[in-house]
Design a binder for this molecule. Structure first.
Ligand code: PMP
Length: 440
């Protein structure tokens, strides 16, 4: 009997024993193409020798030095490299052990920033409906997916949720894309004014929505308007790039595509690339200095933050991405993947939408392609599709239809940046076979 506590208590999962580039191998020797990098994690594939060597070398040198007493060389070097390549005014890096911790840290940083400024009434956080920001209680509170929150109510943070920028179901067809983006952003401002602008501390959003909606980009101009609104009302803009960051969308930081500056950015999955648990929160010097010149102490921290082996591995990951020009490679292979998906699925009667950016792509499955009517969520199509894909030898990340009746089940694709065009074509073929076997 297994003593591992599995998330899906009734699931029997294959046992993974090895990784080889874009493939995972189970105990029976079956190979799986990692079409979703797990959950947009394994950007370099599974056996990157430079990362493995960096881990071994650091483990032999220094495994742990508590950050209450020491900083470490790999943490210093990694922070420097991230900041040298980050857009806007991001100047400080706070390391944590994963995405939820990064979001949790961002929420606490925003709160403490306003407390230090004497604006203690700024406690409200605004996020978007159908968003996911992590599983710890603060991050869960930020998430706008009612299903995930309901077992843990009442939640922690004073929260409001506004509409996401989800063009194809929410846009009035008479409206231009740009007008739609401005309207959704202006709804955010209306919510800020309703709450009282001086009670709001931050707005948090994913530049490209990953797990909940399946690689949904925002329409042009939306985030620019969001930035203006935050500035007008003195509100911090927190961007959650835990999933879409680190080159995944063809930009090292996904919000570069929107041409905006963030106050705080959370990254995680691609930063560790699956080799170790790590996350980070980047913020401006202005926020950092407000705390430094105030109480001088960020009232937050975890034992393993900035762990030398974790940061050494991530330093090797970021160097691999930068030195091999993988961000550009993602742009090119992303365009190839998009064409392959369009060629295979554009006329498919049950594919409602093909979307995304770079090697971050979503495919929506609907009952009726013209009306976009979703299949009934009780069919559990996404879970069935995941199973059928695994049987084909493909790992892809499923998302269930949302309960608003507007959005269908979706599949998120996030293959390793090193995937060849031939491998991406094979991914699309395997997915097509799995879809055909799954649909009712
Ligand atoms: N934010 C986003 C956007 C995510 O996709 C995730 C993970 N799916 C998280 C936060 C939480 O990250 P973790 O699972 O590493 O805690």
């Amino acid at each position: 009997m297994s003593h591992v506590f599995p998330r899906h208590c009734h699931a029997t999962l294959p046992t993974a024993v090895a990784g080889d580039g874009c493939y995972l191998i189970d105990k029976d020797g079956k190979r799986y193409f990692d079409g979703s990098g797990g959950a947009a994690v394994s950007c370099l594939g599974h056996s990157n020798q430079n990362v493995i060597n960096a881990i071994k070398e650091q483990a032999g040198k220094l495994a742990f030095a508590h950050t209450g007493f020491f900083t470490s060389e790999p943490a210093e070097e990694l922070a420097e490299l991230l900041i040298a390549n980050a857009p806007g005014d991001l100047d400080r890096v706070y390391f944590v052990s994963g995405g939820s911790e990064a979001v949790e840290s961002a929420i606490k940083l925003a709160r403490q920033y306003f407390v230090e400024k004497g604006e203690t009434q700024r406690r409200h956080l605004i996020a978007r409906r159908q968003s996911y920001h992590g599983n710890t209680l603060g991050a869960l509170s930020a998430g706008g997916n009612a299903l995930r929150r309901e077992k843990f109510a009442p939640i922690l943070v004073e929260m409001s949720h506004v509409a996401p920028c989800y063009e194809y179901t929410e846009r009035d067809t008479a409206e231009s894309l740009e007008d739609y983006g401005q309207r959704v952003a202006n709804d955010l401002e209306a919510e800020i004014l309703r709450l009282g602008a001086d009670t709001v501390m931050a707005f948090i959003a994913e530049p490209v929505v990953g797990a909940t909606l399946g690689a949904v980009t925002s329409v042009p101009g939306y985030f620019k308007r969001v930035r203006e609104i935050c500035d007008e009302h003195g509100i911090l803009l927190i961007l959650d790039e835990v999933m879409c960051g680190m080159g995944r969308t063809g930009y090292l930081f996904a919000h570069e595509a929107d041409g905006i500056k963030a106050d705080i950015v959370c990254i995680a999955k691609g930063l560790g690339a699956g080799y170790q648990p790590i996350g980070a929160m980047l913020c401006t010097d202005h926020i950092y200095n407000t705390i430094k010149d105030g109480s001088g102490f960020f009232q937050h921290g975890h034992t393993y933050l900035g762990h030398p082996i974790a940061t050494a591995a991530s330093l090797a990951v970021v160097k691999e991405i930068l030195n091999n020009d993988l961000v550009n490679q993602v742009k090119q292979r992303g365009a190839f993947l998009e064409s392959a998906l369009q060629a295979k699925f554009a006329d498919h009667p049950h594919i409602g939408d093909i979307r995304g950016r770079g090697l971050f792509r979503g495919i929506e499955i609907v009952e009726d392609r013209d009306t976009k009517t979703p299949f009934n969520p009780s069919l559990g199509l996404a879970a069935k599709l995941k199973k059928a894909a695994l049987a084909e030898g493909l790992i892809c990340y499923p998302g269930s239809g949302t309960r608003d009746g507007k959005h269908g089940d979706h599949i998120l694709l996030a293959p390793p940046f090193i995937a060849s065009e031939a491998q991406l074509s094979e991914l699309v073929n395997m997915l097509a076979r799995a879809i055909d076997k799954t649909l009712p």
